[in-house]
Write a protein that binds this ligand. Structure first.
Ligand code: NAI
Length: 385
């Protein structure tokens, strides 16, 4: 049986990490299902390749196909900083309402990390993907829009806004906060995880971030009241078998993640906090090169490498394909092929144990042999076969 997977190559190191990832995922499927189940790869264009071939960075055909697709996987797409084109990633998240960015973070034994006990980091990040300061409602300093908005806020609400300020808007709704937290709690239930922590800056931004916290507790109480309990009410007796709902202020959470990571399992966060903590936790377990992720709507799962296009590494065959490979493993799991996903992870673990890894990992691993991206792929194929 064939399972259609749409794929986007991506920019920068995208083509190199794809050259490794696709054969490894195919080999894992072959090995796990004796060739009975296969992935059918259908390429979609986006980014520089799309611009080159069609004149548009996000062609209508790609948008139309993804509208009805259920599974896709993408390499990183470049975005100019501080101007120019809007982020294609953000555009896609909004176009398909990919409201939950889910990133499991755990350590691969043998990977060198900046912390003493990376094995204690076992968290799954649920980041809200459509709202917050990333909603794209932002006006340049001195623009007519910024001036008009500032004048309105000053005259109507007495807001103090310095002259010639750039202005961004931070919308956060009960609807979007609740559907994200709902998904995080369901995940914790399905995977028998002990807690869901709402991470927010509600002490400062009382109505947006504070709203996220309040709506999170509300959805837990109203929809999962029999299987969850707020941390403040939990005792050893009344919390047995229940998911503990915690909340932490975002800055404190960064400290907790370093000092007491074992006390956290599922994290639910608004967009910006979620973006920050994703990279911080990835660093704790050895860096972005090994961090997988998926963006989900209610109908589409778009798996992606968590890192960017790594322009300085592009074209040198030195990139680490780990993040895309592990996102591919998540995708196999999502498609119902947990055994194939496990083959991918075991092959990576063996390569790490044998100390044959890409230069980013080798640099931190005493005695390791740095191998190219393509050689790493060959090693994984051998490990799977
Ligand atoms: P980046 O993730 O591309 O690079 C950060 C650092 O990590 C660099 O030193 C890079 O060489 C290294 N790195 C990243 N991935 C690696 C890998 N697989 N193997 C080895 N080293 C790796 O982030 P940066 O430089 O901030 O962004 C570059 C471009 O990527 C920008 O245009 C940005 O907008 C875009 N980007 C795209 C993302 C996506 O498509 N999901 C996510 C993040 C950034």
């Amino acid at each position: 049986m064939k399972h259609t997977v749409y794929w986007i190559e991506g920019d920068g190191i995208g083509p190199e990490i794809w050259k490794v990832t696709r054969p490894v995922l195919d080999a894992a499927m072959q090995a796990a299902t004796d060739g009975e189940e296969e992935l059918e790869w259908v390429e979609l264009l986006a980014g520089e390749k799309a611009t080159r071939l069609t004149g548009s960075p996000l062609p209508q055909e790609t948008l139309d196909t993804l509208k009805t697709a259920s599974v896709a996987i993408k390499g990183p797409l470049g975005t100019p900083v501080g101007g120019g084109m809007r982020s294609l990633n953000v555009a896609m998240r909004q176009a398909f309402d990919l409201y939950a960015c889910i990133r499991p973070v755990s350590w691969f034994e043998g990977i060198s990390t900046p912390v003493k006990h990376p094995e204690n980091v076992n968290m799954v990040i649920f980041r809200e993907n459509t709202e917050d300061v990333y909603a794209g409602i932002e006006y340049q300093a001195g623009s007519a829009e910024a001036e008009k908005l500032a004048a309105f806020l000053r005259s109507e609400f007495g807001a103090k806004i310095r002259e010639a300020s750039a202005i961004g808007i931070k919308p956060m709704s009960a609807f979007c906060s609740k559907r994200l937290v709902r998904r995080a709690i369901r995940y914790a239930l399905d995977h028998h995880l002990p807690s869901v922590t709402l991470v927010h800056k509600g002490n400062i931004m009382k109505f947006t971030e504070g709203g996220f916290r309040a709506w999170g507790y509300e959805v837990a109480r109203e929809e999962f009241g029999d299987v969850t309990i707020p941390e403040k009410e939990a005792t050893p007796e009344n919390s047995k078998g229940k998911i503990i709902i915690k909340d932490r202020i975002a800055d404190a959470m960064f400290q907790e993640a370093l000092l007491r990571p074992e006390q956290y399992s599922v994290l639910a966060l608004p967009n910006l906090n979620g973006d920050y903590i994703s990279d911080a936790l990835a660093a704790q377990v050895g860096g972005l090169g090994m961090a997988p992720g998926v963006n989900m709507s209610d109908t589409l799962a778009l798996f992606e490498a968590t890192h960017g296009t790594a322009p300085t590494a592009a074209g040198k065959d030195i990139a680490n394909p780990g993040s895309l490979l592990l996102s591919g493993a998540l995708m196999l799991e999502h498609l119902g092929f947990a055994a194939a996903a496990d083959k991918v992870r075991q092959a990576i673990l063996k390569a790490i144990a044998d100390k044959t890894v890409t230069p980013d990992l080798a640099a931190e691993m005493p005695g390791a042999q740095a191998v190219s991206c393509s050689k790493f792929g060959e090693i994984l194929l051998e490990n799977i076969r």
